[in-house]
Ligand binder design. Structure first.
Ligand SMILES: *[C@@H]1O[C@H](CO)[C@@H](O)[C@H](O)[C@H]1NC(C)=O
Ligand SMILES: *[C@@H]1O[C@H](CO)[C@@H](O)[C@H](O)[C@H]1NC(C)=O
Length: 256
């Protein structure tokens, strides 16, 4: 399932489909503290690969639509490298395409049926754990209500007994004017433990939102319903190594 972005219509969401999830800049939603703020330096390729996948998927689609039949993984991935000027994009493309096969790879790109986490798991750059689990143990929204302009803080934690696979933390807000707001954060595969995170949402119009290009959230008075999910793989993905571990819901009220 697609992570709705700030001020973007549902109709647009269908077109952009499931790629570009993690590089979406959501003006209103900010991460305050990472659940993985650990003392030791994390040296994994996974976040880099997610970035590579984000940059590759739409270009691969363009290449397939523009050039028609492409006979081999190396031809397709070489074209990707040339078009983007990046040999690392071509290398990762080769890794994934060789595993799934050129026909299946093209079919999946055509159907916009590729998500960055799955792509990087196939490339063996993001860790897989299909016996993982996570349960929310805490979720508060403060303040419970306030006028337009208020910054609301979502404070939540989840506990995992078996650890988690590479996944996503997905935040969606249903607004009274029906414009969906949301974002997704990459969660690297983790050991068992309790992980906490704070996210702030500023209830004011995004100055970068252009009303001639998209619908812009006006932050009208009313109840805003919040849904947070912690997932193995991308939330809503139908690929292997994907599942929704847990969901919490809450709300806040804009008074004026
Ligand atoms: C946790 O791991 C154990 C042992 O591998 C397994 O039996 C159990 O089903 C796992 N729990 C979940 C939620 O997958
Ligand atoms: C929020 O949830 C309540 C209760 O389920 C529902 O009545 C209301 O319509 C929802 N509001 C929005 C903006 O979706």
């Amino acid at each position: 399932m697609y992570k709705a972005l700030t001020c973007v219509l549902i109709a647009l969401v269908g077109i952009t489909s499931a790629s570009n999830v993690f590089n979406v800049k959501s003006y209103n939603i900010q991460q305050v503290a990472s659940p993985f703020a650990q003392p030791e330096l994390r040296l994994t390729l996974c976040p880099t690969c997610i970035d590579i996948a984000d940059r590759s998927i739409n270009v691969l689609l363009e290449l397939i639509l523009d050039t028609g039949i492409i006979g081999s993984c190396s031809a397709l991935c070489q074209a990707l490298g040339q078009k983007t000027g990046s040999s690392i994009l071509a290398t990762v493309c080769d890794l994934v395409c060789d595993v799934v096969g050129i026909d299946e790879f093209i079919k999946m790109i055509d159907k916009a049926d590729i998500d960055p986490i799955w792509y990087c798991e196939i490339a063996k750059m993001c860790a897989i754990n299909d016996h993982g689990d996570a349960k929310f143990t805490k979720f508060t929204i403060a303040p419970a209500s306030g006028p337009k302009g208020t910054t609301f803080t979502f404070d939540f934690a989840y506990t995992s007994v078996n650890g988690t696979g590479t996944g996503e933390l997905d935040i969606d807000i249903q607004c009274p004017d029906k414009i969906p707001i949301g974002t997704g954060f990459l969660l690297e595969a983790s050991k068992a433990g309790t992980y906490g995170q704070k996210v702030t949402v500023k209830a004011e119009p995004d100055p970068h939102c252009d009303p001639t290009q998209e619908m812009c959230e006006e932050w009208l008075p009313g109840t805003y319903n919040v849904t947070i999910q912690v997932c193995n793989g991308e939330c809503g993905s139908k690929h292997p190594h994907s599942a929704i571990y847990d969901t919490v819901k809450g709300s806040f009220v804009l008074t004026k």
